[in-house]
Design a protein around this ligand. Structure first.
Ligand code: GLU
Length: 440
């Protein structure tokens, strides 16, 4: 069974990039009839905050991305400690004592010689006496994972295809700090093993992490999961913008964006499948195919989102929006105004027009015509299609047609030149208000 996870660090609000990663993990699990887990990566006690954990849950909830379980790294420190000790005994982790300044100097020397700044493993070759002397002098070790230089690293990425890394050209990664706290790399691998994760979908900024993590899986006796590294998101202008990095759900809600629109866009941008106004995330998931994910950055365009949003709004049934409509606005009114909306919130503007009073511009030139219209309106049968009854009778009485026939009526009745189908709108305005507006 496919098991995916979304593993945010609760150190800030989620932005579109995170949301997209969450969505793709969700979609992949749904498509395969698998499980999707939420894993809170809160090993960093100082920067992690409970309000951000709540925010992550609320955001997933709003998007409709249900998860089948939630895990927290901060609850698993004992497990990390145990696995760490096992790796230590196996000689796969070792203490290192260099200060950040010393490491920096080493890097600069290598770079100065035109060499890649790979850690020289000096700490691995310390004698017991040398180590004891350092500790006696008050130095505390941080810990590195010893890469196996004899085992070339490779995997077939769902998106990037064949990946190869030469471990001898990589630094042994630091996995634990002097104070005993964990860096991201090892706990994530331990979790992925324990939680049976089969597929890791994440941004391509993690590719080099994956290389070292693959050796960690193997060192812990596990088969690595499959990986999919997606190209990063860029703004419509083609660069990674700061603004994009901060755009979160609050912004989209504020702008009247429906979760279905955001999901439909994030599901497809950067793939060779078209962006479609598909409000059913399950259906989007069913068509998901990593082979269609491109290697070029995915462009996130807010105007594309707005257009998609309107198309989604035009499909929303009344029961999905009822609690957000102005009080008194029923299903019939919703269906009438819906095709004219970019956001659900705009329905309030239409409701105001239906309920009145409406503000019209100067219609004095049409006085005579509107007087006749008011008279006709009081004579027609309102029980069935009053708009066609009204315009049909007016056409006969005045000889007007087309724009000259319709526009003054629309203006007098709604105060606007454009809007929902008058045939649908007029019954909602109703006889009394219509006659009043026409005679005004
Ligand atoms: N907490 C990590 C991040 O937010 C998780 C990366 C991963 O998916 O493994 O980048």
């Amino acid at each position: 069974m496919v098991i995916t996870r979304f593993a945010p660090s609760p150190t800030g609000h989620m932005h579109v990039g995170n949301l997209r990663t969450a969505l793709h993990n969700w979609m992949w699990a749904r498509k395969q009839g698998g499980r999707f887990l939420l894993r809170i990566d809160d090993t960093d006690a100082e920067r992690s905050r409970e309000e951000f954990v709540d925010g992550i849950r609320a955001d997933l909830d709003w998007l409709g991305l249900g998860y089948d379980g939630e895990e927290r790294q901060s609850a698993r420190f004992d497990r990390y400690e145990a696995q760490f000790q096992a790796l230590r005994e196996a000689g796969r982790v070792y203490p290192a004592y260099e200060t950040p300044q010393e490491l920096d100097l080493k890097r600069k020397v290598l770079l100065g010689r035109g060499l890649p700044p790979v850690y020289d493993r000096a700490a691995l070759h310390l004698t017991d006496d040398a180590r004891a002397a350092l500790e006696a002098g008050g130095r505390r070790p941080h810990w590195r994972f010893r890469l196996n230089h004899d085992a070339p690293i490779g995997w077939t990425d769902h998106i990037r295809g064949e990946q190869r890394f030469d471990p001898s050209r990589m630094s042994d990664p630091v996995i634990r700090r002097e104070d005993g706290s964990w860096l991201y790399l090892l706990p994530s691998v331990i979790d992925d093993i324990d939680m049976g994760i089969t597929d890791v979908v994440r941004g391509e900024d993690h590719v080099s992490n994956t290389a070292v993590q693959i050796q960690m899986f193997e060192a812990l006796g596990a088969t690595p999961p499959a990986f999919a590294h997606e190209a990063l998101l860029t703004g419509s202008e083609g660069k990674l913008s700061k603004r994009l990095g901060s755009l979160g759900i609050a912004h989209f809600r504020e702008a009247g964006i429906e979760p279905q629109a955001l999901v439909a866009l994030l599901a497809r941008i950067g793939t060779s499948d078209p962006v479609e106004p598909e409000p059913d995330a399950g259906r989007l998931a069913a068509t998901m195919d990593f082979a269609r994910f491109g290697r070029a950055p995915a462009r996130f365009d807010e105007s594309e989102l707005a257009t998609l949003n309107a198309k989604i709004v035009h499909q929303l049934p009344y029961d999905r929006v009822a609690d957000r409509l102005p009080s008194g606005m029923g299903g019939e009114a919703w269906e009438t105004v819906r095709p004219n909306l970019s956001t659900v919130r705009e329905s309030a503007d239409w409701w105001r027009i239906i309920e009145g009073p409406v503000e019209t511009g100067d219609l004095s030139e049409e006085n005579e015509y509107l007087e006749i219209a008011a008279e006709v309106a009081s004579e027609i049968d309102w029980s069935d299609d009053p708009w066609h009854a009204l315009t049909g009778a007016l056409k006969e009485r005045t000889g007007r047609k087309g724009r000259a026939l319709f526009l003054p009526l629309r203006r007098a009745l709604t105060g606007l030149d454009h809007g929902p189908d008058m045939a649908a709108l007029l019954p909602l305005i109703g006889r009394e208000r219509a006659i009043e507006r026409l005679s005004a």
